[in-house]
Design a protein around this ligand. Structure first.
Ligand code: ADE
Length: 235
C-alpha cells in the first residue's frame, strides 16, 4: 500500500517511523511519503492561508498550494487513489472505516489546519480521487496531523503481515464477528499473583469453553458500563 501525507508540519508525522507502522515501512509493506505543503508555495512568506470569504474568525487554507501538491502526487500515481481529508465535519472514523481504508492501494491524506481547506479543492479532485472527509471524534483538533496518526495506525495493523499474530485483530473491541459491538474485557499475564491481586481462576483453568464464556460476560459488563449505546437500547 502507498500512503502520501501532505502537511505544513511534516515533522508531526515522524512517529509513523516508529513501532508497528515504522516496521511496515521498513519491510516495504507500506510505501509512506510525507510532503511539506509549503514547498508548493511561491511567495516570500510561503503563504498557505487567507481570510475566509463571507467573514468570520480564523483562516482558510488557500487552494493553489493544495492543487500543486495533489497534482504532483497524481502524476506519480496509478489509478484513482483515495483522498482522505481529516476534518471534524466529516463522517465518523470507526473500525469499519479502518477496514475500508486498509484495502485501498493508495491513500493520500491532506492535513488541514486553521478553519480547514478551501472546499473547491475537494470538489476539483472528485473525479481523480475518491474523496473522503473523515472525523476521528466529536472534538476539535488544531489540525489533521494527529488524526492521520490515529487513522494510519488503525489501518496499518490490519494490513496482511503487519501484526505478529493476526489473531489479535479478531478479539479487538469493535472487531467484526463474535465480539462485534462489544468492548474487550480485562486481560492478565504472569505472575498469577501480584501485590495481593490474583488472576481470575477461570483463566488458569485450561477450560477453553469456560474461558470463552467468562470473556464474553466480562466484555458485556464492560460495554454496559462504558458504552451502553453499543448494546442498542441504551440500557
Ligand atoms: N481536524 C480537527 N479536528 C478533527 C477531528 N476531530 N477529526 C479529524 N480531523 C480533525
Amino acid at each position: 500500500m502507498r500512503i502520501d501525507v501532505v502537511s505544513i508540519f511534516p515533522d508531526y508525522l515522524a512517529p509513523l517511523g516508529l513501532s508497528l507502522v515504522g516496521k511496515a515501512v521498513a519491510a516495504g509493506t507500506l510505501d509512506l511519503r510525507v510532503h511539506d505543503l509549503r514547498e508548493c508555495t511561491h511567495d516570500r512568506h510561503r503563504t498557505v492561508d487567507d481570510t475566509p470569504y463571507g467573514g468570520g474568525p480564523g483562516m482558510v487554507m488557500k487552494p493553489e498550494p493544495w492543487g500543486e501538491a495533489l497534482d504532483a502526487i497524481l502524476d506519480s500515481a496509478a489509478g484513482r487513489p483515495r483522498l482522505v481529508v481529516p476534518t471534524p465535519s466529516g463522517r465518523r472514523f470507526t473500525q469499519e472505516v479502518a477496514t475500508e481504508l486498509a484495502v485501498a492501494e493508495h491513500l493520500v491524506f491532506a492535513c488541514g489546519r486553521y478553519e480547514g481547506i478551501d472546499s473547491r479543492v475537494m470538489a476539483h479532485y472528485a473525479d481523480r480521487f475518491e474523496v473522503d472527509e473523515i472525523s476521528i471524534g466529536d472534538y476539535v483538533l488544531a489540525g489533521g496531523e494527529a488524526a492521520v496518526l490515529v487513522m494510519v495506525e488503525a489501518l496499518a495493523r490490519l494490513l496482511p503481515g503487519v501484526l505478529g499474530n493476526p489473531e489479535s485483530v479478531v478479539d479487538d473491541s469493535f472487531a467484526p464477528g463474535a465480539m462485534a459491538a462489544l468492548l474487550e474485557g480485562p486481560v492478565y499475564t504472569k505472575p498469577p499473583e501480584w501485590r495481593g491481586l490474583a488472576v481470575p481462576e477461570v483463566l488458569l483453568s485450561g477450560d477453553h469453553g469456560r474461558i470463552a464464556a467468562w470473556r464474553r460476560e466480562q466484555a458485556l459488563a464492560r460495554t454496559e458500563r462504558f458504552r451502553p449505546d453499543l448494546l442498542g437500547d441504551g440500557a
